[in-house]
Design a protein around this ligand. Structure first.
Ligand SMILES: C[S@@+](CC[C@H](N)C(=O)[O-])C[C@H]1O[C@@H](n2cnc3c(N)ncnc32)[C@H](O)[C@@H]1O
Ligand code: SF4
Length: 396
């Protein structure tokens, strides 16, 4: 990835129906507003008056971007190219729901400039696809993978594990079947349910039962082993790729790079500022029509502590971890000193591992990464308290 280039994310929030586990910014209404919405995205893009900024990745995510026509995708990509210097080998990903796009449409997306597809497959078992409220069948998912190859795309398949009543053996079979589809990239997410979503409420009421924690840990270990045996390299907690096929777009986020997000609910991290556009479609459209700029629901210029926290919590998700030297150069503090006793404890307990150059979460402990990151956050807060106190004493 080119360090001085940025990524562009475009959000397409429309879905034909809402899956009962999904907590993303999406809606199954307002289809008559798609044209107006895309016009607003274009207008929002135009605020970045051509600056010659280099772009190494464009990701059109959702929602269900495969509902867009080929002409709409082509138009969006043209506008991005008008506003930015999109590098000749840029990764240009379109998120697709299997069953939405036939081979002719995929070939059209390829001709429009997309280079990579990401399919939300979730499962290759029709019974589970039904529980998940998916509109596609396992055969349609297989067909979509074959068509992606025919249309000359690099492609990712998203799966979820830890589904209600799922067994280890079932998940292992899914992984074997996933590998048979010859994807370049696999994302395997642990199903995580918010109480706001239908499946979360069903679990809370006991209507659905999720696998026990020990079973989830075994499923995760099996994922790592099976995908490694099949030639995939794990590069992030939930992401595996054939050599050279790691997603440059996702790496931009985890390496704490810069990106511009366009559309309702899209987040951006650009020139030291972080913001999130309003996820409310009509408010987004109205604000952009009025001023060319979207209303935001979050907007901040993070202080040093927040920037350090972001660098740590994002970088530690990666198998490559964080460069000790790079961290010190960027923030002027040694990472091991910052982590202090908590860091020593995390290292001694085998939760973190380090060599002379980098620090990362131990491979066997990735499933509890969130708990480890909470300790890292506490260590950072302790460090800031120590430093503030030392500065107060020095100034007396
Ligand atoms: C932004 S979503 C949208 C993808 C696309 N609309 C689809 O559903 O096919 C990207 C991926 O996040 C994952 N995902 C969504 N909700 C999840 C949840 N509650 N727990 C874990 N993973 C989830 C799914 O694997 C999904 O394919
Ligand atoms: S999982 Fe995908 S298709 Fe389902 S509601 Fe969420 S964004 Fe839409």
């Amino acid at each position: 990835m080119v360090a001085d280039s940025i990524a562009v994310y475009i959000h397409f929030p429309f879905c034909l129906s809402i899956c009962p586990y999904c907590d993303f910014d999406r809606q199954a209404t307002g289809f008559d507003r798609i044209g107006v919405y895309l016009g607003a995205v274009e207008r929002e893009l135009r605020q970045y008056a051509p600056r010659g900024e280099r772009v190494h990745s464009i990701f059109i995510g959702g929602g269900t971007p495969s509902l867009m026509s080929v002409a709409q995708v082509r138009r969006l990509l043209e506008v991005v190219r008008d506003q930015f210097d999109v590098t000749s080998n840029a990764e240009i990903t379109l998120e697709c729901n299997p069953g939405d796009a036939d081979v002719a449409k995929l070939i059209g997306f390829r001709a429009a400039g997309a280079t990579r597809l990401s399919f939300g497959v979730q499962s290759l078992d029709d019974a589970f696809l039904k529980v998940l409220g998916r509109r596609h069948s396992s055969d349609e998912a297989r067909q979509a993978a074959a068509w992606a190859k025919r249309a000359d795309f690099a492609f990712n398949l998203d799966f979820m594990f830890g589904l209600p009543a799922q067994t280890l053996e079932h998940w292992q079979r899914t992984l074997d079947q996933a590998v048979e589809l010859e994807p370049d990239h696999l994302s395997c997410y642990l199903l995580t349910l918010d109480e706001k979503v239908q499946m979360g409420r069903d679990v809370a009421r006991g209507k659905l039962v999720l696998p026990a924690d020990d079973d989830l840990a075994e499923m995760y270990t099996a994922t790592r082993r099976q995908l490694a045996d099949a030639g995939f390299e794990q590069y992030e907690i939930s992401n595996w790729a054939r050599p050279g096929q790691a997603s440059r777009h996702n790496l931009t986020y985890w390496r704490d790079g810069q990106w511009i997000g366009l559309g309702a609910g899209a987040a951006s991290a650009y020139h030291g500022r972080r913001w999130k556009n309003t996820p409310v479609l009509e408010r987004y459209i109205a604000s952009v029509s009025r001023s060319g700029v979207a209303d935001t629901v979050e907007d901040e210029t993070p202080d040093a502590q927040t920037r350090m926290l972001d660098a740590l919590t994002l970088g530690l998700r990666l198998r490559e971890g964080i460069s000790l030297d790079g961290f010190e150069r960027r923030f002027g503090v040694q990472l091991t000193e910052l982590l202090g006793e908590t860091g020593d404890w995390l290292l001694a307990g085998g939760f973190l591992e380090t060599d002379a150059e980098r620090i990362r979460i131990d491979a066997e402990h990735q499933l509890i990464a969130n708990e480890i990151l909470v300790r890292v956050e506490e260590a950072l807060a302790d460090y800031v308290r120590r430093e503030t106190r030392a500065a107060q004493i020095a100034s007396r």
